[in-house]
Design a protein. Structure first.
Ligand SMILES: Cc1cc2nc3c(=O)[nH]c(=O)nc-3n(C[C@H](O)[C@H](O)[C@H](O)COP(=O)(O)O)c2cc1C
Length: 448
């Protein structure tokens, strides 16, 4: 394990940078009028979530973790940084930090009420909400009855949500993320059952199970579902997911759909500052150096950091395409953080982390208000270093799925540790003594 020596202290606030969260706990109101970072295996790593929060994300979802994977993990707190790691035999399965706890939703992959509850209880002290993944269409998830397979097993889906709601403390929210079903009638039927389980929020990824990520999301179908939920008289937030490009675009989507909030995945994978009304450009100078230094300080798994950085893309004003390419190539060629000193400067990264922590802790409420409200209430931007974005060059459009990526979802699966086919399923760590290998990143993006 590459991580530093850790304390297994049960106190999650033992890290130096950790402070008592200001938000006591989330309610269904907390899921309204926001723009959220979507759950993303690998791409939703801790440094990315922290950057998203710094730049205005209202709440952040962690990457899906399959229930059984976390059950055998050992919780440890880095006494230097306060990073909380759930360690498997050979590496961390999930990492977090107290500074994100007030905003952090932990996503579970499960097909069992009992395992889901156990998994949720394992991490509950470090998160504010538990979300059930009911939308991943990848074989790894669906063959085990998880993810999108739950869409065709509504009894089981609702049993899991009901069990989570019943067994978890009331201050921890329970939510679900689904996809659209082929027809509106089927979707509404499922939605009605889900909202009656006591969830605080329901995210609807506006693609059906069979749709490719590159196909345009069927956003226009959501309005009817939102109205339907309102008609049921239950106070839960309906969150739109699909094709949102960031804060400004979220206004359009909210207005179109009537959704309570909007969730962003691919665009945030490209640029975690898209939650700002002035997202950073020239990421090679404005974001990546501090991202890398902070990741080093947090001892974030190097291959994961490298993968996330390899996905970053935004308009450039300072560098040519070839210069930016050269910069990324150097990062990709690096074997570890120590190889980057020339590129991003020395130092421990502590100051970068402290700055992010301070920005998150000094956030003022920021609400995405459209339609009936004449004003949009917005706190001053936390980071004013960026000039206003110029997205005029189509070649540089940063916030869409890159054309060379056939599938922006994690390669072949939605679980962090699993293989692409059933025949390559690993034996559990308890039997083999070592954790399954993380799926290797898209070959084009990262050369190990
Ligand atoms: C790299 C990547 C990883 C993803 N991992 C998850 C996941 O762990 N859980 C989940 O529910 N959806 C996952 N998704 C799907 C997204 O959360 C989201 O539903 C989908 O990308 C549509 O949003 P978008 O149009 O903004 O990209 C992932 C998507 C991407 C691009």
């Amino acid at each position: 394990m590459s991580r530093r020596e850790m304390s297994t202290s049960p106190n999650p606030e033992s890290g130096r940078a950790a402070k008592r969260p200001r938000v006591e706990h989330l309610t269904s109101e907390s899921f309204k009028n926001g723009v959220f970072l979507a759950p993303m295996v690998r791409s939703g790593a801790l440094p990315t979530r922290l950057m998203a929060l710094k730049h205005g994300a209202t709440l952040v979802w962690g990457p899906e973790v399959v229930d059984k994977a976390i059950l055998h993990a050992e919780r440890a707190v880095d006494p230097l940084t306060g990073v909380v790691s759930y360690n498997g035999k050979s590496r961390a399965i999930f990492t977090t930090h107290q500074v994100e706890k007030p905003y952090l939703i932990y996503q579970i992959g499960s097909a069992s009420p009992e395992l889901a509850v156990q998994a949720a209880k394992t991490v509950v002290q470090d998160v504010s909400g538990i979300d059930l993944n009911c939308g991943c269409p990848k074989p790894f998830s669906t063959h085990a009855g998880m993810g999108a397979a739950l869409l065709s097993k509504p009894d089981l889906l609702c049993d899991i949500l009901t069990a989570l709601r019943r067994e978890l403390p009331p201050e921890v929210t329970v939510s679900a993320k689904i996809r659209l079903l082929p027809t509106q009638a089927e979707t509404k039927k499922l939605v009605e059952r889900i909202v009656r389980t006591g969830v605080s929020a329901l995210t609807v990824h506006c693609r059906t199970r069979n749709m490719r990520p590159r196909e345009a999301a069927l956003i226009e179908r959501l309005r009817e579902i939102v109205d339907f939920v309102q008609g049921l008289g239950v106070d839960i937030a309906v969150i739109e997911n699909g094709d949102c490009q960031g804060w400004e675009d979220a206004k359009r989507i909210k207005k179109l759909t009537g959704a309570s909030s909007v969730m962003v995945a691919t665009a945030a994978e490209s640029n975690p500052t898209c939650f700002s009304s002035t997202p950073l450009m020239d990421l090679e100078t404005t974001l990546i150096p501090s991202y890398l230094r902070m990741s080093k300080y947090l001892d974030n798994y190097w291959a994961l950091t490298k993968f996330c950085v390899s996905q970053f893309k935004a308009p450039r004003t300072e560098r040519s395409k070839s210069e930016a390419h050269e910069y990324k190539t150097k990062i990709i060629a690096a074997k570890g953080y120590d190889d980057l000193t020339e590129l991003v400067g020395g130092g421990s990264g502590e100051a970068d982390f402290a700055e992010v922590v301070s920005a998150i802790q000094s956030r003022r409420p920021r609400r995405l208000i459209v339609e009936d409200s004449p004003t949009e209430l917005e706190a001053p931007e936390l980071d004013t270093s960026a000039s206003s974005a110029d997205y005029s060059s189509e070649e540089d459009l940063p916030l869409s799925t890159p054309p060379d990526r056939p599938n922006p979802e994690p390669p072949t699966l939605c679980a962090p540790l699993g293989p692409s086919t059933i025949s390559r399923m690993p034996l559990p760590a308890l039997i083999t003594g070592s954790d399954a290998i993380t799926p290797s990143p898209t070959p084009k993006a990262v050369t190990p």
